[in-house]
Design a protein around this ligand. Structure first.
Ligand SMILES: Nc1ncnc2c1ncn2[C@@H]1O[C@H](COP(=O)(O)OP(=O)(O)O)[C@@H](O)[C@H]1O
Ligand SMILES: [Mg+2]
Length: 430
C-alpha cells in the first residue's frame, strides 16, 4: 500500500517528508515480527503507527490490544499484562488471562512504555526473548506469539542512565525506531491540519466555515505548538465554534493560544529547542519531579540573587549575566546544569531558542512561577511542591476531576497524577 493510501485510510493529514518517512517505515516493517519503538513528543500522532503496523501485517485478523502503561497502577500491572492464578494475591478470587495471552497471534501496543516498573520490564524482556511468560503466582511458563509495538515521549537513554529503564529491554524493543516529527519540525503541515479540523467542526455543527486572515495564518505557523497536533486540534475546534467573525484575526487566534498570554508556567528549552524529543512542558515536569534534592539549591540561589550575591560554586562562566550583571544562578541534576537567565528587555514572551552550551533557558516572562522578580523572595513561598500541588488542583478543577485529562495537560502520566493526589491528600469528589 502506498503512503497516500495509508494516510487516507487512517485519516492522517500532512505531507512533510519527515511524516512520510515515518509512515513509510511503518509500512515496510509491518510484515515482519520485529519489535518497533515509536518515539515522538506528546500529541504528535504516535498512536497511528502501531495501528498501521497491525493492519498492514498478516496479524490483522487477530487481536490488537493497546495498553497505556502509565495508566495502570503499579500493583496490578503484572497481572493485567500477564494474568494471574487463582489465589495468587488477596483479591485474586478467579484466575485471569492477561493481555499477552489475549493478544496471542496479534499485536500489543505498549504506550508510555517508559512508565513500566522495573519488575514488569523483566517480565516483558522475557516474553520478547523467549516468547514465554509466567502468570502472577504461577511457575509454569506459557507460550504466546505477540508482536510488540511500544511508544514513548521520554528520552529512554536518559532513563537508562538514571536506572529507571533496562538497557537490555531498550535494545529488544528498539529493533526498529520510528521517529514521529513534532509539529515544529513540519510547519508546512500546520495550515493543512487547521483547515481539516476547522472544516470538520463547522460541518459537524452546521456553522459557516472559518477562514484565516493572513496575520492569523502567520501566527498559526510561527507558534511553537508544545502540545503538537493534539493542541492544534483543540484550538482549531474551539475557535471554529466560539469566534463570531468568520474571518479569523490574529488577535482572536492569540486569545486561544494559552502559552502566549495566560500561562505563567516556566518553559524549559533544550539546545535545539527540542531537548531529546520531549516538549517543553514535559521537560519542565521531569525536571521538577526528579529534582527534589535540588530544590534547596535553587531556593538558595534565588535568595542570594536578590541579595546581589552569588556563591562562586553556583556561577557558570561564559553564560549570560543575570540580574544586575551578576552571573545567572545555576542548579544541577545528574549530568545537566540548568541556568536561570532573565529575558532581555522587549522580550516577546516567546520561549527563546538558546545557543548556550546545552543549558536550558527559562525566559523571565515564563519563569515567574519560580522567580517572580517583582516580589521579594522573603514574602514568597518558594516550595516547588506546593506549586506542584496547586497546579495539579487547578488542572483537576479545569477538567472537572477528570484525572486522565488533567494528567495530559500537566504532561505527566496518569499513574503519577494518582500518586500525587494521594501524596498531597488532594480531595476528590467521586
Ligand atoms: N497527522 C495527523 N493528522 C490528523 N490527526 C492527527 C495527526 N497527528 C495527530 N493527530 C490527532 O492528534 C491527536 C493526538 O494524537 P496521538 O496519536 O494521540 O498523539 P500521541 O500518542 O503522540 O500523544 C489525536 O486526536 C490524533 O488523531
Ligand atoms: Mg498517546
Amino acid at each position: 500500500m502506498d503512503i497516500q493510501s495509508i494516510k487516507q485510510r487512517f485519516g492522517i493529514i500532512g505531507n512533510s517528508p519527515l511524516l512520510n518517512r515515518a509512515i513509510d517505515i511503518a509500512a515496510q516493517v509491518a510484515n515482519t515480527d520485529l519489535s518497533v519503538l515509536v518515539l515522538g513528543e506528546s500529541g504528535s500522532g504516535k498512536e497511528f503507527f502501531p495501528k498501521i503496523i497491525h493492519e498492514l501485517s498478516a496479524r490483522k485478523h487477530n487481536s490488537y490490544v493497546a495498553i497505556n502503561c502509565g495508566a495502570i497502577p503499579e500493583g496490578t500491572i503484572d497481572s493485567e499484562l500477564f494474568g494471574h492464578e487463582k489465589g495468587s494475591f488477596t483479591d485474586a478470587r478467579e484466575a485471569r488471562k492477561g493481555y499477552f495471552e489475549e493478544a496471542n497471534g496479534g499485536t500489543i501496543f505498549l504506550d508510555e512504555v517508559a512508565e513500566l516498573p522495573l519488575s514488569t520490564q523483566v517480565r516483558l524482556l522475557r516474553v520478547l526473548e523467549t516468547g514465554e511468560f509466567l502468570k502472577v503466582g504461577s511457575s509454569k511458563a506459557q507460550k504466546t506469539n505477540v508482536r510488540v509495538v511500544a511508544a514513548t515521549n521520554v528520552n529512554v537513554p536518559e532513563q537508562i542512565q538514571l536506572g529507571r529503564f533496562r538497557e537490555d529491554l531498550y535494545y529488544r524493543l528498539n529493533a526498529i525506531t520510528i521517529q514521529v516529527p513534532s509539529l515544529r519540525q513540519r510547519p508546512e503541515d500546520i495550515e493543512l491540519l487547521f483547515r481539516k479540523f476547522s472544516t470538520d467542526t463547522s460541518e459537524k455543527y452546521h456553522i459557516p466555515p472559518l477562514t484565516l486572515s493572513e496575520e492569523a495564518r502567520q501566527l498559526l505557523i510561527s507558534y511553537p505548538w508544545p502540545g503538537n497536533v493534539r493542541q492544534l486540534k483543540n484550538v482549531s475546534e474551539q475557535i471554529t465554534i466560539i469566534e463570531k467573525d468568520r474571518t479569523l484575526s490574529a488577535e482572536a487566534l492569540k486569545r486561544s493560544l494559552p502559552d502566549m498570554n495566560v500561562s505563567r508556567l516556566p518553559v524549559l528549552l533544550g539546545k535545539n529547542g527540542n531537548a531529546s524529543g520531549m516538549n517543553e512542558r514535559e521537560i519542565l515536569y521531569s525536571v521538577l519531579f526528579d529534582m527534589q534534592k535540588d530544590i534547596h539549591q535553587l531556593q538558595e540561589a534565588v535568595a542570594q540573587l536578590s541579595d546581589g550575591h552569588i556563591p562562586a560554586s553556583r556561577t557558570a562562566e561564559g553564560i549570560s549575566p543575570g540580574i544586575d550583571n551578576h552571573p545567572a544562578p545555576t542548579f544541577s541534576s545528574g549530568r545537566n546544569t540548568y541556568t536561570l537567565i532573565p529575558a532581555e528587555a522587549g522580550h516577546d514572551n516567546f520561549p527563546k531558542r538558546s545557543e548556550e552550551h546545552g543549558a536550558f533557558v527559562i525566559p523571565q516572562a515564563q519563569a515567574e512561577v519560580i522567580t517572580e522578580p517583582t516580589r521579594t523572595v522573603e514574602d514568597e513561598d518558594l516550595s516547588l511542591e506546593k506549586r506542584e500541588k496547586i497546579l495539579i488542583e487547578k488542572a483537576l478543577v479545569k477538567y472537572h476531576g477528570n484525572r486522565r485529562k488533567a494528567a495530559a495537560e500537566l504532561g505527566i502520566s496518569e499513574r503519577t497524577i494518582y500518586r500525587k493526589i494521594k501524596e498531597y491528600g488532594i480531595a476528590m469528589e467521586e
